[in-house]
Design a protein around this ligand. Structure first.
Ligand code: AMP
Length: 286
């Protein structure tokens, strides 16, 4: 394993980028570590599309509204480095908090409108403000042409695209499909906190999303949601939200299906908060 690719300060990463990034297309994959197949799929897409790929590993405290969740968030840097080194030639950026948030750090504020108040915005106050600030800061450091985000965090993708538009940032956001375990459970860093029984219980998420999809041709979004909601309640999980939303505005659909309509769900499996989502209507049809 070659640890020379791990940069822990802004200056060391910038030095390397200034040397290597001239005339190359730089791709960036921001992560909070505890890497799994989902992250690696983003990295592989970045490696395909770019000349140079930076992966950041930073557990950003400002996006956690629950301090317990922050404390319990898995941190597995050495394993992450080993996994990334098997994926290809990557610059790994694992900065300390003082590098991401220096004393002169200035918070940005972007009005998210309704994008920021629904779903995750409702249940995790301040979350997207933390996400936007850390992503903007990391963009400023890395200066990527392309940045790769997973659709596992469906609302996050919408928020980041909105921020990039509002601030006119010179970066293209590439959306990457959700990667799942063989069981159907969406891969997540939080899955390591689930027992084997809980991993089975957590399948209620994807089963519910599939149920909503099966109801598209027969029922309105409102009715489909109601049926799926009832079904989900039979599981041992505690539901936070189940929404059927417009793919860009994230507003709840009630009467009519639209292309790209998406079902989003968040629930607790024991103490572990999990999210998932599924496209219900393809963008091309209807
Ligand atoms: P995180 O480390 O959880 O902040 O995630 C870093 C990036 O990986 C985000 O863009 C996530 O959406 C993406 N990601 C996490 N899990 C998955 C997954 N199962 N499939 C696709 N992308 C994912």
């Amino acid at each position: 394993m070659d640890d020379s690719q791990v940069f822990t300060t802004v200056s060391s990463l910038r030095k390397q980028l200034d040397w290597r990034a001239k005339d190359s297309k730089v791709g960036f994959v921001p992560t909070m570590g505890a890497l799994h197949h989902g992250h690696i799929s983003l990295v592989k897409q970045a490696l395909k599309a770019c000349d140079l790929v930076v992966v950041s590993i930073f557990v950003n405290p400002t996006q956690f509204s629950n301090s317990e969740d922050l404390i319990k968030y898995p941190r597995t840097l050495q394993k992450d480095v080993d996994l990334l080194n098997t994926a290809g030639d990557i610059l790994i950026f694992a900065p300390g908090i003082e590098d991401v948030y220096p004393p002169n750090f200035e918070n940005i504020s972007v009005d998210l409108g309704d994008l920021g108040t629904v779903m995750e915005g409702q249940f995790r106050p301040g979350h997207f403000n933390g996400v936007m600030n850390v992503v903007k800061r990391l963009f400023d450091i890395v200066e990527p042409q392309l940045a790769f985000f997973g659709l596992k965090d469906f609302q996050q993708v919408a928020v980041i695209k909105h921020m990039v538009n509002e601030l006119k940032l010179p970066v293209k956001i590439v959306e990457c499909d959700i990667i799942r375990e063989a069981s159907g459970l969406a891969s997540s860093s939080r899955n390591v906190r689930l027992s084997e029984e809980q991993k089975v219980e957590a399948l209620a998420l994807i089963h519910t999303l599939h149920l909503v999809k099966a109801l598209v041709l027969t029922y309105s979004p409102k009715k489909a949601r109601k049926i799926a909601f009832k079904e989900f309640k039979k599981s041992g999980m505690k539901l936070e939200y189940l929404e059927i939303v417009h793919p860009y505005t994230l507003q709840s659909l009630s009467k009519k299906w639209v292309p790209g309509a998406n079902a989003c769900i968040a629930a607790y499996c024991g103490e572990v908060r999990l999210i998932d989502n599924l496209q219900l209507v393809t963008i091309e049809e209807k």
